[in-house]
Design a protein around this ligand. Structure first.
Ligand code: SF4
Ligand code: SF4
Length: 75
């Protein structure tokens, strides 16, 4: 992949204070963007693979994930 493409990665914010470590986001992400940390919480390991399907944000029961940053209309 070219360098410019690599830098166009999606902004993924996880509020770890709200996250309870259920692992739903890790399980549902079709691109395996997340690794699961020992406490069950997601680590954004491969943001360059994110296709912005929004499944993680929509499935998170605690609204802890924001994909796309401010472009998504949320902060
Ligand atoms: S789905 Fe939400 S609460 Fe569950 S592990 Fe992912 S970020 Fe945390
Ligand atoms: S938006 Fe989709 S591809 Fe991106 S991290 Fe969330 S579930 Fe994975």
């Amino acid at each position: 992949m070219k360098k410019e493409e690599k830098e166009k990665k999606v902004q993924i914010d996880v509020n770890l204070d709200w996250c309870k470590g259920c692992g739903i986001c890790v399980a549902f992400c079709p691109k395996k963007v997340y690794d699961r940390m020992p406490d069950g919480k997601p680590k954004v390991a491969r943001p360059e693979d994110c296709i912005q399907c929004m499944l993680c944000e929509l499935r998170c029961p605690d609204f802890a994930i924001n994909v796309g940053g401010e472009a998504n209309g949320r902060k």
